[in-house]
Design a protein around this ligand. Structure first.
Ligand code: SF4
Length: 252
């Protein structure tokens, strides 16, 4: 499948996304995750992805925040044409949307932009402007968590690019975990990669990088809630800076 045919990819609101019946019980999935996490410690990222593809088939999906095209490239090498979900909150930097479109056009994946139920204007009308300042948890819940929850009901497992060295909160990221709230397997094929390994992969494969990274945005979320980080800061220190919030809630 050619990524070039995908253009900016599919876009849909989570309220209209059909869900599939589960084919594996949550108990089965938890056991699969525990066994695989023990066995795949130290495995190469490609091998972790290959295991996930063999185990979950069509019920495997990828998420990306489009900080770069690394995860899409990596996964496409093993599972060409796989679906990559992007949470299009309505608050992204133009550079992030451009990175999404470029990844869709150049990688052999199907990028799918998942929209919140409410537009930003509808949310402002109902809850007041700048909800992210007053109640970022509520804003993240409506614009990220609930839309992703709805789409993930069609899958048994999802791959994300979380890494242990991104922040203290992610230091225990498993290679294969179990998301008890959603009853799903979570797969982090680059959990153990360092920033240096990431850069080496980007350079070796000429991977697209969100241009904001050159301006110090090492972890890129919504524009109102992201700032550049200084040298020596955690990559995620610029997310919800000045508040106690460190995660949007999609990674249970
Ligand atoms: S990161 Fe900020 S703007 Fe984006 S959904 Fe969360 S609170 Fe809202």
């Amino acid at each position: 499948m050619s990524g070039a045919r995908n253009g900016a990819g599919r876009r849909d609101r989570w309220g209209g996304v059909p869900t599939l019946e589960g084919v594996t019980t949550a108990t089965d999935l938890r056991e699969i995750a525990v066994e695989a996490d023990a066995r795949l410690q130290g495995a190469a990222a490609h091998d972790v992805i290959a295991w996930a593809a063999e185990t979950f088939g069509e019920r495997l999906v990828v998420t990306s925040s489009m900080g770069d095209g690394l995860l899409a490239h990596l996964v496409s090498q093993v599972v060409p044409g796989i679906e990559v979900l992007f949470l299009d909150t309505g608050y992204h930097f133009a550079e992030t949307l451009g990175t999404r479109d470029a990844v869709a056009a150049t990688s052999d994946v199907r990028v799918r932009s998942v929209l919140p139920l409410l537009t930003v204007a509808e949310q402002d009308a109902r809850y007041g402007a700048r909800l992210y300042d007053r109640d970022p948890d509520a804003c993240c819940r409506m614009r990220k968590v609930e839309p992703l929850d709805a789409v993930l009901r069609g899958y048994d497992a999802w791959i994300s690019g979380n890494r242990r060295d991104e922040s203290a909160e992610r230091a225990d990221t498993p290679v294969v975990g179990f998301d008890a709230r959603r009853g799903m397997v979570t797969i982090h094929p680059i959990a153990t990669w360092t920033g240096r390994q990431v850069q080496a992969y980007l350079d070796a494969h000429h991977i697209l990088v969100n241009p904001l990274q050159d301006e110090g945005y090492l972890s890129i979320g919504c524009a109102p809630c992201t700032r550049a980080v200084a040298a020596g800061e955690d990559p995620r220190a610029g997310r919800w800076a000045g508040t106690s919030k460190t995660e949007c809630g999609i990674h249970a």
